[in-house]
Design a protein around this ligand. Structure first.
Ligand SMILES: [Zn+2]
Length: 253
């Protein structure tokens, strides 16, 4: 089970690195709810999170998170002490702090340009962050850190990134064409172009009308009837003379 969990984490991290340029050391933004859950689960964030990612990570929190845990009183006192252990990432709300979830959403922005991994147990914040492209979520599940699978929005964006990498622009298409000609020679015409046949002139004739009735000209061509061929028989001269004699003899009789 543990091996499968770590394998999933490796694949998901690779996905974020390959498609959205996440780099080591990863920056993990931690809120009060994550600190609270870690305390309950007796998980030492500073030890266990770098161990889980198998690399150095920057564990960060914001003045808004510290302010929020302080305000929530004794119930979150332990979580506040844990949060104060991490480096404070200035968020721009120092003068007028906002809620932890609002603060994280403003830091992530439209597309998580600074490539944060957000560690939170807040379901509402998780739901909002899933709608933002390239925002990995880290939470504790059965006392174990878990990097959530990329959301549908993030997967769709990654697909677009992949497609754009393989897309060929016009100049690339031209160079490919030139290289093809250099290596294989000019392209030969595979098939001869067929000449356009002229339509049968008879089929172009307009139909004629007789006394209101439509009369369509028939386009069949009648074949000439077979004529009997003359057979000439050559008769030699002496036979002709004999025949003449016989005729004259016959007339005399
Ligand atoms: Zn803030």
């Amino acid at each position: 089970m543990r091996i499968k969990r770590l394998k999933n984490k490796d694949n998901r991290l690779k996905f974020y690195c390959n498609n959205f340029g996440f780099r080591k050391p990863f920056q993990v933004l931690i809120d009060g709810t994550f600190c609270f859950e870690a305390l309950k689960s007796k998980l030492n964030i500073r030890d266990q999170i770098p161990k889980y990612f198998d690399t150095d990570v920057k564990l960060l929190t914001t003045p808004c998170i510290i302010n929020e845990t302080e305000k929530l009183g004794p119930s979150l006192y332990g979580a506040m002490l844990i949060a104060k252990q991490f480096a404070i990432h200035y968020c721009g709300h120092e003068k007028s702090p906002i809620t932890g979830s609002e603060c994280f959403l403003s830091m992530v922005g439209e597309n998580n340009a600074n490539r944060y991994i957000v560690a939170t147990q807040d379901k509402g914040l998780q739901k909002s962050l899933r709608k933002i492209v390239a925002t990995p979520l880290l939470y504790l599940c059965h006392k174990a850190p878990t990097l959530e699978a990329p959301s549908d929005v993030t997967k769709a964006a990654a697909e677009k990134v992949m497609m754009s990498r393989f897309a060929v622009n016009d100049t690339q298409r031209e160079t490919i064409k030139e290289l093809k000609i250099k290596t294989f020679g000019p392209e030969k015409e595979k098939f001869k172009k067929r000449k356009k046949k002229q339509p049968n002139p008879l089929s172009c004739l307009k139909s004629k009308k007789f006394k209101g009735e439509e009369h369509v000209v028939q386009h069949t061509i009648e074949k000439p009837k077979n004529k009997k061929k003359r057979v000439r028989v050559k008769i030699s001269k002496h036979v002709k003379e004999e025949l003449k004699k016989m005729k004259t003899d016959g007339s005399q009789i």
